[in-house]
Design a binder for this molecule. Structure first.
Ligand code: AHR
Length: 504
């Protein structure tokens, strides 16, 4: 067994973790809304028709912000259709997912639900088929107190106080050929600049996210980022990144190496933001909103079949990936990558939250259950609040088919001064070898072990279901701390949460 040496020192702070890095996403897509968060005829439904079993799991994840209502859906979304008396709402065709949107759940219902699960809304405006005026009307409806057409419409709908939504996305994936109302760089640059300018005139307290490329391999990446930011730099606060990974090739080693691509993606976008900053002689820094990230590949065929051959259903089972143990490792790796870059990644949304490429699944007649990927996200959200520390980790490497030699260990440390706790998150992505880990924590005087949480499996393809939880965390006793040194084993293919704290 090889020994991996890691040093963590409380003096070497990368950045405080912006808690919005534990955000998520609910889109009007598949069974995310209808049959997911809202199902009035379910036995667990509350008086608003919201599933209590789902709310409990969402609260457990402690998600501070949720992006809504899309996604691709937003690019032909008419928000007015989703508010006001239910009896007057009309169904519409959702062109993004070729589904029928009944509009029985809309902005008002979502706002109510977010209050119940203690989260904030990250609202997206339609810059596909609509533009500046409609974005402003929606903002007026949401954030203006009263005395205007749309603020009074909100009050007429029974909502006296403004929603005060602080975070807004200027469209979604506007470079994608699948997007309704796709734009060129020039078109989006100008449209987002003028929309952002108008929205900030109406409410200067909001923060705005400019659309970056749909993913790293888009042909116009990173020129899209450079050109669009050159237009809207003065008015926006963040640029978005989206990325999904998958093991379509059935090559687990190479699959788990893909978090290195994510790291490179983040660094490139940071460089482009800073290039535009330099070019503009600006004092302002644009930060990153990684507002769609996850594993997505299992359900692609069903998705194609439904959208092509069986369109216009209400809440069809779209994008229902059933995640495996190795997907949980991948989500852990991606979460660590986001945390390592906490100096620039201020917002991140695990896409999505319920039923659609989600950590939480529901059974129409039965309960709600946790997918494998639920756990690394839960652990990070629960124990990864504080300051990210720069760790030094000398890891062995292994060869992969597409990424060359990659490190076996990927890790990050988060220090909560307030709680006097230090947490090290680590994945051993070597599928064959256990490693012994030695962590030098001499700067954390008087710290000892709280617990070590671990996830391992003999079967990389193990999944959870409604009735059987094959992949779940457990406490490992195999850890000791003495004289500023922590020693443990990082088992092959494992997710590890090493929790240390000041001894009382
Ligand atoms: O999250 C699913 C879809 O992925 C979103 O609607 C879109 O923005 C992205 O392509």
């Amino acid at each position: 067994m090889k020994t991996v040496k890691m040093t963590v020192d409380k003096a070497f702070v990368v950045a405080p973790v912006d808690e919005r890095i534990y955000g998520s996403f609910i889109e009007h897509l598949g069974r995310a809304v209808y049959g997911g968060i809202c199902q009035p005829d379910h036995e667990s439904a509350d008086s608003d028709g919201f599933r209590r079993d789902v709310m409990e799991l969402v609260k457990e994840l402690n998600v501070p912000v949720i992006r809504y209502p899309g996604g691709n859906f937003v690019s032909n979304f008419f928000w007015e259709d989703s508010v006001g008396p239910l009896s007057e709402r009309k169904a519409r065709l959702d062109l993004a997912w070729r589904s029928l949107e009944p509009n029985t759940f809309g902005l008002g219902e979502f706002a109510k639900w977010t209050e119940k699960v203690n989260t904030e809304i990250m609202m997206a405006v339609n810059l596909g088929t609509r533009g500046i005026a409609d974005a402003c009307n929606l903002l007026e409806y949401c954030n203006h107190p009263s005395g205007t057409k749309y603020s009074d419409l909100r009050r007429k709908h029974g909502i006296e106080n403004p929603y005060n939504i602080k975070l807004w996305c200027l469209g979604n994936e506007m470079d994608g050929e699948w997007q309704i109302g796709r734009k060129t760089m020039e078109e989006y640059g100008r449209l987002s600049e003028e929309t952002a300018k108008a929205m900030k005139l109406m409410d200067p307290s909001i923060e705005l996210v400019s659309c970056g490329s749909s993913f790293k391999d888009m042909p116009t990446f990173p020129q899209w980022e450079a050109e669009t930011l050159e237009h809207n730099y003065d008015y926006v606060d963040y640029i978005s990144l989206h990325q999904y990974y998958g093991n379509a090739a059935g090559d687990s080693r190479d699959y788990l190496a893909q978090s290195d691509d994510m790291e490179e993606f983040i660094h490139t976008v940071v460089s482009v933001c800073d290039f535009v900053k330099a070019k503009k002689r600006s004092r302002k820094t644009i930060n990153l909103s990684f507002d769609e990230w996850n594993v997505w590949f299992h359900s692609k065929q069903e998705e194609e079949d439904i959208t092509k051959n069986r369109p216009w259903q209400t809440a069809p089972a779209l994008l229902e990936d059933h995640y495996t143990f190795e997907d949980a490792l991948m989500v852990g790796l991606m979460m660590i990558t986001l945390l390592k870059n906490a100096d620039r990644v201020k917002i991140a949304c695990l896409a999505q939250l319920v039923n659609v490429i989600a950590p939480i699944m529901t059974d129409e007649k039965g309960g709600a259950w946790r997918q494998t990927i639920y756990y690394p996200f839960l652990h990070a959200s629960r124990y990864g609040r504080g300051k990210v520390l720069q760790t030094v980790c000398i890891s062995p490497v292994h060869e992969t088919s597409g990424h060359g030699a990659v490190t076996d260990i990927v890790s990050v440390a988060v220090y909560s001064e307030e709680k006097e706790e230090l947490t090290v998150f680590a994945v051993n992505r070597n599928l064959d070898e256990n490693h012994s880990l030695e962590i030098d924590i001499r700067s954390f005087e008087g710290y000892g072990i709280i617990e070590k949480i671990q996830m391992t499996s003999e079967d990389l393809t193990a999944e959870n279901t409604l009735t059987e939880e094959r992949v779940k965390p457990y406490i490992s006793k195999d850890i000791k701390a003495d004289s500023g040194k922590v020693e443990t084993i990082l088992e092959k293919a494992s997710w590890n949460v090493i929790r240390l704290g000041k001894k009382q």
